[in-house]
Ligand binder design. Structure first.
Ligand code: GDP
Length: 374
């Protein structure tokens, strides 16, 4: 590759060499600069990430999300009373914030699941959640086959924090059922909520028990990827510690307290302060580090594993809402199935027509070219 570029350089006129004379060293082609281009482009475009939080109400989900991203996503939340809770079904509530840090923009969507685990009979609690995840895959599948596929907004769930109560001895049947039902659709990261309610020993015991049950039930949680052998030692050590900390035992707080002259996020108790960002007190920093340093990987696993699973299943089933490429393969376009809604039908027809026009145009151009040549 390098050799090829050098030959082409020697063929350039002296004029063009002068114009592009910023090559630093002989033999330097410049592709070492490619990561900077990718970086510039990504920064300009911004990043998108969707996080889902699941767990019984009151486990500290909202507080943790606000602490993680230093936002106030739930300022207008109304907490239902016990009678309302007994009646309510699981709702899904997506809030999006645009966060900017040193010029890098992150469009963060947090999907909360109020009502999960609150009913008297919870055996259906995860249906609405599965439906929501599938709906996002379906939307992506359709957008991907549409005309405007360059500007798809990716609302697929890239990560799901599953909150486990610190008060039980291990997982509850609902926890196991939820994770089993969803582990092939989303990256599950188990989290022990309100870890300040447990002693150090209790945290270790609960973590061990949870991991044993996860394994015994064949649940696949998000696997932190192994490091390459050429990775530096600090990074390897960081990943080792992150892996060891799963399930992350976390605390959240929205108040800033003063401890030894420092302002810290924490919870004030009569006997002292729990500092959220102190690794000696809880795994909050480890959870945040895991999320930030693995955002790209979480998105890749979503695309390459979960979405591909969904996509191949849908195609095998003979999708009711046909992706457009199926339509184009059948000349003239198959009639959309009865279950397709009106909007889809119009869109499909428009795109098929556009496609026909493009083909006609291409034919006309080819004919004109032929006439010119003659
Ligand atoms: P959600 O319903 O799961 O979103 O829970 P919230 O974030 O609304 O928190 C419910 C209650 O638990 C509030 O009174 C919080 O102040 C409290 N809380 C939140 N995080 C923690 C924590 O880490 N430890 C303790 N002890 N309490 C917490």
């Amino acid at each position: 590759m390098l050799g090829c570029c050098q030959t082409r350089r020697s063929e350039m006129s002296s004029e063009s060499v002068k114009t592009f004379s910023s090559l630093e060293t002989p033999g330097y082609v410049g592709f070492a600069n490619l990561p900077n281009q990718v970086h510039r482009k990504s920064v300009k475009k911004g990043f998108e990430f969707t996080l889902m939080v699941v767990g019984e109400s009151g486990l500290g989900k909202s507080t943790l999300v606000d602490s993680l991203f230093l936002t106030d996503l739930y300022s207008e939340r109304v907490i239902p009373d016990a009678v309302e809770k007994a009646k309510q079904t699981v709702k899904l509530d997506a809030s999006t914030v645009e966060i900017e840090e040193r010029g890098v923009k992150l469009r963060l969507t947090v999907v909360d699941t109020p009502g999960y685990g609150d009913a008297i009979d919870n055996h259906d609690s995860f249906r609405a959640i599965i439906q929501y995840i599938d709906d996002q895959f379906e939307r992506y599948l359709r957008d991907e086959s549409g005309l405007n596929r360059r500007n798809i907004v990716d609302n697929r769930i890239h990560c799901c924090f599953y909150f486990i109560s610190p008060f039980g001895h291990s997982l509850k049947p609902l926890d196991i059922e939820f994770m089993k039902q969803l582990h092939n659709k989303v990256n599950i990261v188990p989290v022990i909520a309100k870890a300040d309610c447990l002693t150090k020993k209790e945290v270790l015991r609960l973590k061990k028990k949870i991991m044993e049950e996860i394994e015994a039930n064949g649940i696949k949680i998000y696997p932190l990827p192994d490091c390459d052998s050429d990775e530096d030692d600090d990074y390897k050590e960081q990943v080792r510690q992150l892996k060891e900390a799963v399930p992350f035992a976390v605390c959240g707080a929205n108040t800033l307290l003063e401890v030894k002259g420092r302002k810290v996020r924490g919870r004030q108790y009569p006997w002292g302060v729990i500092e959220v960002e102190n690794p000696e007190h809880c795994d909050f920093i480890k959870l945040r580090t895991m999320l930030i340093t693995h955002m790209q990987d979480l998105q890749e696993v979503t695309q390459e594993v979960h979405y591909e699973n969904y996509r191949s299943e849908r195609l095998a089933k003979g999708a009711p809402k046909k992706p457009l490429y199926c339509l184009f393969r059948v000349e003239g376009g198959a009639a959309p199935s009865a279950s397709s809604n009106e909007k889809d039908r119009i869109l499909l027809e428009k795109e098929a027509e556009l496609r026909r026009m493009q083909e006609m145009l291409a034919k006309m151009q080819a004919q004109m070219q032929q006439t010119q040549n003659q």
